[in-house]
Design a binder for this molecule. Structure first.
Ligand code: OSB
Ligand code: MG
Length: 368
């Protein structure tokens, strides 16, 4: 495919409810979208970076810089046989995976349309219905968290993930387990602890969690391996895995037993598939993480979740949990038994609503 035009735009869109993690609260998302035109077709990608450099160093502004000054000049006007070829071209740039992923994933969308395949099939997916969980942020009271969980369980979601941090952890999990003894439950710490908290983290074992996600340093593997030897709860790695190389090293030293794959964090579908394949060969379960994506990123997540190794419910949930109105048609809906039916039409399977996107746009630039 020959890339004829690339457009960058930042949209600003308020969340229905604030989302709070151990590193802070988000009320409005600022999302960088990438639109690629090639061979008369249009593909879309989303930069999943947060507004602040707290989950990772990337933000919409760093991604704009890397795209405008490097990734776009390297790809525009050129012929690409397949989407993974740009991954090779992007290799000289260290990191900035979310910027790379947005452009690569837009090419997967175009390639799927060219082959007349749903994106899920194009990337090698097999499931037609994917299991869904929810990620629930830190609330202003335990009671309001319990009410939220009640609502999500009633809606059919298959597992509940709650955010934890020192002061909002054992007390909260205790209350959840008293009210919901049988619900599939996990906790995500977003690096809020250190090995000095070992005795405290051991207390988590009595809540028989499916896993604890990224308890220690965002760039650590070794301390996670030390912790995993001391606790029964399986550790799931998020922030510290950026490539199949990271995943191999983590599994070799026992830093965790499960991996959360996020398309942005691992640089797009090519990197995600490499991690998926490595984990599958070792019988290590993976699941699809979320970054409060708009419908475009969400559609990519749905496609990835259809790969056969995605055996655990992901953080891929209904549009209406995030947005009063999403930027795709139709919006993502979740069935009463907590699944998303994977679209079977060619490409993304959802149509970006360009009028709505235009209305939300606060910055744009196109490159021809
Ligand atoms: O650690 O998984 C995370 C959101 C923003 C940044 C990091 C994380 C999250 C979530 C939300 O947990 C997942 C979602 O519902 O999109
Ligand atoms: Mg996480």
């Amino acid at each position: 495919m020959k890339i004829e035009r690339i457009e960058l735009r930042v949209i600003q869109i308020p969340l229905v409810h604030f989302f709070e993690t151990s590193f802070g609260r988000t009320t409005t998302r600022r999302i960088l979208l990438v639109r690629v035109d090639a061979d008369g077709l249009t593909g879309w990608g989303e930069v999943t970076a947060g507004e602040t450099p707290f989950y990772s160093y990337e933000t919409p502004e760093t991604a704009w810089h890397v795209l405008r000054d490097f990734l776009i000049p390297w790809t525009l006007g050129k012929e690409w046989a397949k989407p993974s070829d740009v991954v090779t071209r992007f290799r000289p740039i260290r990191g900035h995976n979310m910027a790379k992923a947005a452009l690569e994933n837009a090419l997967w969308d175009i390639a799927a349309q060219q082959k007349n395949l749903p994106l899920a099939k194009m990337v090698g997916g097999t499931l037609e219905e994917i299991p869904c969980g929810v990620s629930i942020g830190i609330q202003t009271s335990i009671e309001s968290l319990l009410e939220k969980i009640e609502r999500e369980v009633a809606a059919g979601y298959q597992r509940i993930k709650v955010k934890v941090k020192p002061g909002w952890d054992v007390n909260v999990l205790e209350a959840i387990r008293t009210r919901f003894p049988r619900t599939l439950l996990m906790a995500d710490a977003n690096s809020a602890y250190s090995l000095a908290d070992l005795a405290h983290l051991k207390e988590f074992d009595r809540f028989y969690l499916m896993m604890i996600e990224q308890p220690l340093g965002w760039d650590d593997l070794l301390d996670h391996a030390k912790l995993q030897k001391e606790i029964a709860t399986p550790i799931c790695l998020d922030e510290s895995i950026h490539s199949a190389g990271d995943a191999r090293k983590a599994l070799e030293i026992g830093a965790g037993k499960i991996i959360n794959i996020k398309l942005g964090r691992v640089g797009g579908f090519t990197g995600a598939r490499e991690i998926h394949d490595l984990c599958r060969a070792r019988n290590v379960p993976v699941w699809c993480g979320g970054m409060l994506e708009s419908g475009i990123g969400r559609a990519h997540n749905i496609a990835m979740s259809t790969l056969p190794g995605f055996t655990l419910p992901g953080d891929v949930s209904a549009s209406k949990r995030y947005w009063s109105e999403d930027i795709i048609d139709p919006e993502v809906i979740v069935s009463a038994h907590g699944t998303i039916h994977v679209p079977q039409t060619a490409g993304l399977g959802y149509v970006p609503n360009e009028q709505r996107i235009e209305k939300l746009t606060v910055r744009k630039e196109s490159f021809e």
